[in-house]
Ligand binder design. Sequence first.
Ligand code: ADP
Ligand code: MG
Length: 247
Amino acid sequence: MLSIKNLCVQVDNKPILKNFTLDVKAGEVSAIMGPNGAGKSTLAHVIAGKDGYDVTEGTVTLNDQNVLDLEPEERSLLGIFLAFQYPMEIPGVGTMTFLRTAYNTHRAHQGKSETDALTFGKLIRQTCDDLSIPHDLLKRPINTGFSGGEKKRAEILQLALLAPTFVVMDETDSGLDIDALQSVAEGVNRLRNKDRAFLIITHYQRLLRFIVPDAVHIMSQGAIAKSGDKTLAEELEAKGYAGIMGS
Ligand code: ADP
Ligand code: MG
């Protein structure tokens, strides 16, 4: 599904990703773990198409289609979704309006008709109920004044609504209490299916107790240092990054 080959990325002429190579197959959840500064967010941003990163070498393809030449919104329409480490507050833009606009843009791209406000209202409230998200979130400006947990729930709501093919989650667990963490994990687990893949970026093993990954990769200094199955995450928790890299 998603294939990254020899990806080299610089920021301000400083190499950050160095020959990064990774394959994530349809239906799989791959986890990327690594210390701060390893380049995890850089990887997430380059997949999603954020400005400011200079790709000097390598390819990123989704189902054999080159994504690096596409604008972020084209990548979104292609089925790539990034859940941010720090979701942006957009004062003045209602969550309901934001979600409906995104939803209808995706529908238009698929040649489907626009969903009217009434129909959309029913759909989004049902989606909220499925994910145990309170409806009052919909009435507030997107992410504005949301708690950490609410922001991450809003990301899961967008995820459920847009039903993307490839999902990147950048430290979705950071700053969450255990209840919020479980509810985010439950949202992700509901959305796992054979046609969709996830790249879960996390610093701690905690989230991976609730979202059990098919593969775990440890990233260090811009490349994958070690790969394994879910037990690698447990080993990491026991030994720490230094212990694993030394072994
Ligand atoms: P992680 O998410 O694993 O903590 P990042 O991808 O955020 O790592 O950062 C990797 C490295 O790239 C760090 O050394 C960081 O300082 C550097 N870096 C990332 N973004 C920028 C930027 N916009 N300008 C300068 N340096 C950056
Ligand atoms: Mg990061």
